[in-house]
Design a protein around this ligand. Structure first.
Ligand code: KG4
Ligand code: ZN
Length: 379
């Protein structure tokens, strides 16, 4: 049995988790900083690093207590060391080094994007005895997640988050090759900006998802928003045109030029129903773009004689209701097994860090105590 403590501080969530044997989540603590960034409608790096500094050790203590273990029981300390905001990553990495050194346990640096692809294999945190009776199972995943269903390789992997929109060929949990990625905004970033344009709430992704469920993209005068496919054969993504099309649909055309430019109107001039209808049009275009690229990838791999067996999703946008529905149908139609994370493991968390670290520990891939932090991903 292997117990790994994971730390995650790459952006605006301060998180720690204990995972047994790579899958079984014994504790999963996430202290979100949304309250600190809401007034800026985006993450402010300096505020994020300071908040990590204040919150990390209490969060680690809580993860250890919730798991019912002591620090001495741990077999390794894992930490997301790339990609992310450098000032934020440093806080988690420094803490992980101190823990690994003082406990004399291996340190394992984790690529956050790879960890997102591990999230679908995590088993839910066991509710504590006192909470067990009133905890209903997560209805959006209870049908999909058959604990016996393993990812079968080769698989297609898709990370859709605030920083990434990338499609991968997975030959094992750790052997992954990029097939395509966004050439401009990440899908979550586009959702967050769309949330600002429509004044839908913060963070924009979940707010837009909720709003779009009350809307009708086929309602009168709702424009069709662009579904970007790029060049024929391209497996890359682009979401900035969609965001701009939404901006014009909401605000009308620019009036004036340069820094004096204004718009005909803004979101506060629209009725709640019109906002919901536009959110539905945005959601349809964003999700359809992803769906079409996955289908294109399946076709291209088939032409090379490769038949993916599973479709694995991860990242904050894999919590999106429309995307979850579409990929389940698509996987069924293409005979792929579908692996979606529990809702709590879609957005940033440390359970995915600790879980993926088990794969690396088994391969003997530990990190030196001078592990650097890196702003960009290797994948
Ligand atoms: O994976 P994550 O927590 O952080 C990164 O690694 O970037 O993803 C956060 C992103 C944000 O852009 C957030 O708005 C988006 O995921 N998100 C969603 C939903 N829930 C979170 N986007 C669309 N629909 C959702 N339900
Ligand atoms: Zn993430």
């Amino acid at each position: 049995m292997t117990l790994i403590l994971g730390l995650e501080t790459s952006c605006d969530e301060t998180a720690a988790a204990v995972v047994r044997d790579g899958r079984e989540v014994l504790s999963n603590v996430v202290a979100t900083q949304h309250d600190l960034h809401v007034r800026y409608a985006g993450v402010v790096p300096e505020i994020a690093s300071r908040a990590h500094l204040e919150r990390l050790m209490p969060v680690v203590q809580q993860a250890i207590d919730d798991a019912g273990i002591t620090l001495a029981d741990l077999d390794a300390i894992a930490v997301g060391n790339r990609p992310g905001l450098v000032g934020s990553l440093i806080v988690g990495v420094a803490a992980a080094k101190a823990l690994a050194w003082s406990l004399d346990k291996p340190l394992i640096g984790i690529d956050h994007v790879r960890a997102h692809l591990h999230a679908a294999t995590l088993t839910p945190t066991k509710p504590r005895a006192a909470e067990q009776s009133d905890k209903a199972p997560d209805p959006s995943t209870s049908e999909i997640r058959n604990p016996k269903s393993e990812i079968v390789f080769p698989a297609l992997g898709l990370v859709v988050s605030g920083g990434h929109t990338s499609l991968y060929r997975m030959d094992s949990a750790a052997d992954i090759t990029v097939l395509g990625r966004t050439i401009d905004d990440a899908i979550g970033e586009a959702y967050d900006k769309a949330g600002v344009i429509l004044n839908a709430g913060y963070p924009g992704g979940p707010a837009m998802d909720k709003l779009s469920q009350q809307g009708d993209r086929n309602a009168e005068d709702v424009p069709e928003l662009p579904i970007s496919m790029l060049k024929p054969g391209s497996l890359d993504f682009s979401f900035s045109g969609l965001k701009t099309a939404l901006l014009y649909a909401v605000r009308g055309l620019p009036v004036g030029r340069g820094k004096d430019a204004t718009f005909e109107r803004d979101a506060s001039d629209l009725s709640p129903q019109r906002k919901a209808d536009l959110a539905a049009a945005f959601q349809h275009a964003a999700v359809t773009a992803v769906e079409r690229k996955i289908k294109r990838a399946i076709k291209q791999l088939a032409a090379e004689g490769v038949r993916p067996q599973s479709l694995v999703l991860g990242g904050g946008v894999s919590a999106n209701s429309a995307l979850r529905e579409r990929v389940q149908t698509m996987a069924k139609n293409h005979g792929l097994s579908i692996h979606l994370p529990e809702l709590g493991y879609c957005v940033d968390n440390a359970a995915m860090i600790a879980g993926y670290a088990h794969e690396l520990l088994e391969r003997g891939e530990t990190s030196p105590l001078d592990l650097p932090v890196v702003a960009t991903s290797r994948v």
